[in-house]
Every structure is written in C-alpha cells, then in structure tokens.
Design a binder for this molecule. Structure first.
Ligand code: ADP
Length: 203
C-alpha cells in the first residue's frame, strides 16, 4: 500500500494533500472529520468507529450542540466541532453529507458545502491539519467517482482561502476508493504546473 502526497500551489500558499488507506480514528492530524447523520447521536460506519474510539465525551458534546445550536439536527452541508476524547486528533469536526437520490436534489451542492464548512471550521479553530473520510460514499450511496472529484476540487479551492489549514489528508477505507482518489491526484498534478505528486511509502 502506498501514500500519495500532492503539493498544490507550490509557488504561493504551498498546501499539501495526502491520500492514505486505513482507519481515520488513528490519524494524528489536528482534527478528523466525522461523516455523521443529522441527529449527531452516533451511527454506523465511520461515525460509529469515531464514537467508539473517542469515548463518551464526543457524544456528550454532540448533545450540547443539539441543545444549544441545532435543536432540529445538523443540516446536510453544515459542520460543527467537538472535543475528540481518547482519539489522537484534538478535535472532531462533524458534518452531514447528502444522501444520494440520483444527483438532482442538490446533492453536489451539499457535498461541496460539507467539505467547505469543515475546512472553514478547522481554520477558525486555527488548525494546521485535518483528515477527511470519503463523506457520503458509504450508506449514503453517493457514487465514489463523483464524490471524490468534489472532495479533491473543493479542498484545493478552499485551501487557497484558509489562513491556518495547510495539510489535508484523505483517509479511504478500501482499495477501490484509493485508486479513485489516486487518479484525481494524478489528474490535478498533470493539469496544474503548480502541483507536485510524490509516492511516499510502499509496503
Ligand atoms: P456516509 O453515511 O456519509 O455514507 P459511512 O460511514 O457509511 O458514511 O461511509 C463513508 C465512508 O467512510 C465509506 O467510504 C466507508 O467505507 C468509510 N469508512 C467507514 N469506516 C471508516 C473508518 N474507520 N475510517 C475511514 N473510513 C471509514
């Protein structure tokens, strides 16, 4: 397995995108993103893994967020930060991706907003690094190719505006998603002379 590192905007802000395969709960970035559901009360997939690994502090803070900020639940495309409990990351940024209904019900806009809002919240907290799972591509059934193009393009655009966030890691669970993200990284590096692509490790 390998890790890819893509440096974007080499001559200006100098941000880095990293692609790796594995469990996002083990990431040591300043924040990890949770692909939550709007209840913020936990669930399956990456949501369940984050609450299990981080412990009860995360759910306690999610309950406070529901009470104070989002009594109706966190809408798709929004993001909110909590503590990370026992996780190596310092913060969990919870976002809600769209459920795929064929693509004509605002799903792309909501997915773009989810990535943007997570990066905005991380930047507001003054964080340097953040790790994303492949939001919406599990039980929410967003097609992986389309979701990946949005994840990478939105992140590259948003990194042009962030003051603090400089490193974004995409953590994929399966090898098919890894290949799809790797193709996106290659597409960017071949179309933009300001990008540089490196293969870091091969096991
Ligand atoms: P959604 O409801 O947004 O589709 P899921 O949790 O069902 O969220 O899936 C989102 C993606 O996260 C899927 O590609 C899934 O394979 C992946 N995933 C599940 N568990 C983990 C984990 N522990 N670390 C990283 N990615 C994970």
């Amino acid at each position: 397995m390998s890790t890819l590192r893509l440096t974007t905007d080499r001559n200006k802000t100098g941000s880095t995108l990293v692609l790796t395969q594995g469990d996002i709960t083990r990431q040591t970035t300043d924040a990890i993103v949770n692909a939550a559901n709007s209840s913020l009360m936990g669930g399956g997939g990456v949501d369940g893994a984050i609450h299990r690994a981080g412990g009860p502090v995360i759910l306690e803070e999610c309950k406070k967020v529901r009470k104070t900020q989002y009594p109706q639940g966190l809408p798709a495309g929004q993001a909110v930060a909590t503590a990370a409990g026992r996780l190596p990351a310092k913060h969990v940024i919870h976002t809600v991706g769209p459920i795929w209904h064929g693509g004509l019900r605002g799903e792309p806009e909501q997915l773009i907003s989810a990535y943007r809002e997570c990066l905005r919240v991380a930047d507001e907290l003054g964080l340097h690094s953040i790790a994303f799972p492949a939001i919406s591509t599990g039980v929410y059934r967003y097609p992986v190719e389309r979701a990946t193009a949005i994840a990478v393009d939105t992140t590259v655009q948003q990194l042009k505006t962030t003051k603090h966030v400089r490193e974004v890691t995409f953590v994929v669970f399966d090898s098919h998603s890894f290949q799809v993200y790797a193709r996106e990284f290659e597409r960017l590096s071949s179309s933009d002379p300001d990008c540089g692509l490196e293969k870091l490790t091969t096991q």
